[in-house]
Design a protein around this ligand. Structure first.
Ligand code: SF4
Length: 293
């Protein structure tokens, strides 16, 4: 059947409009999909940035903003778990063989570092290996072996004195009770608990040295500055069977990460739970000595 020019135009017109419509709708679907994808990408980016920047945001927030959001205390169980992961080899760093050597090394460690003590004790213990040999010495004979340590004259006197008492009252052995230990010359509660904890895992308290003191305050575990009161706070917070390891972990952490002057909060696994994170320089530091007097 033949068609006129007019008829052809009439037939073609509706066909071309449908095609246009369908092309337009395909384009708008494409645009919507692209818009959707872009929105998804932006959300994902934002979420990722949010996680990655959590520490950084805390780091750069003003102290006032930080204190409005931070928690008051790092949960002790979680903090100890993280510390264990960071310092799986935490232990007493005074070199010793047996309770007598540890007792002497701990007395010598007052006001000095374990590293210094470890340099002095090998020769000391070679010459005086046990309580009986040290009990027979005159303090002046012992002084040359400990002369690199602060207060060495007093310390020489103490270790000879405690050896004599061990021989006279305890058959040359180190007693296992805190009450007996603290009666020995130069031995206080802290030294006694080091020996009880390290040798027998039966401490009667938590050893509080300068690191334990500082980090306990930074973690919000205590507000006290007196070691005896800090020890009481820690004994309430931490289960007894963890007292010994808690001291080692905090001492390890203080020597390697949570330094007094510049704590490495960035590299610390506790920085999401520690109330002092990124703002710890002034927490737990000893007050500056007044040298004007
Ligand atoms: S290093 Fe920083 S985050 Fe870690 S315990 Fe010390 S103050 Fe807290």
């Amino acid at each position: 059947m033949s068609t006129t020019k007019h008829e052809v135009k009439q037939v073609k017109k509706p066909a071309s409009s449908a095609a246009k419509k369908s092309a337009a709708s395909a384009t708008s679907a494409k645009r919507a999909a692209a818009k959707n994808a872009a929105a998804k990408k932006a959300t994902a980016k934002k979420a990722a940035r949010g996680t990655a920047d959590a520490g950084s945001a805390k780091k750069h927030a003003t102290p006032a903003a930080r204190s409005s959001t931070k928690q008051k205390m790092a949960p002790p169980a979680l903090a100890l778990e993280k510390l264990r992961e960071m310092h799986p080899d935490a232990h007493c760093e005074l070199d010793h063989v047996g309770p007598f050597q540890l007792l002497v090394a701990t007395v010598l460690s007052a006001q000095t570092t374990d590293v210094n003590v470890n340099k002095a004790t090998p020769k000391l213990f070679e010459r005086f290996p046990d309580a009986r040999s040290l009990a027979q010495a005159d303090p002046t004979d012992v002084e040359p072996y400990v002369s690199t340590l602060g207060f060495f004259r007093q310390k020489a006197k103490s270790i000879v004195g405690l050896s004599k008492k061990l021989v006279e009252e305890f058959g040359g052995e180190v007693p296992r009770r805190l009450d007996d230990l603290v009666k020995l010359p130069g031995v206080g509660r802290k030294t006694a608990n080091v020996v009880l904890g390290v040798i027998w895992n039966t401490p009667e308290g938590v050893v509080v040295d300068t690191h334990v003191q500082r980090i306990s305050q930074r973690l919000g575990w205590t507000k006290n500055t007196d070691p005896v009161k800090i020890e009481q706070d820690l004994m309430h917070l931490i289960p007894r069977n963890e007292w010994d390891m808690t001291s080692h972990l905090l001492i390890f952490h203080g020597r390697r990460v949570c330094f007094a002057r510049k704590p490495n909060c960035e590299g610390c696994a506790l920085n999401t739970i520690c109330p002092s994170a990124f703002d710890a320089e002034h927490v737990g530091r000893k007050p500056k000595r007044d040298r004007s007097a």
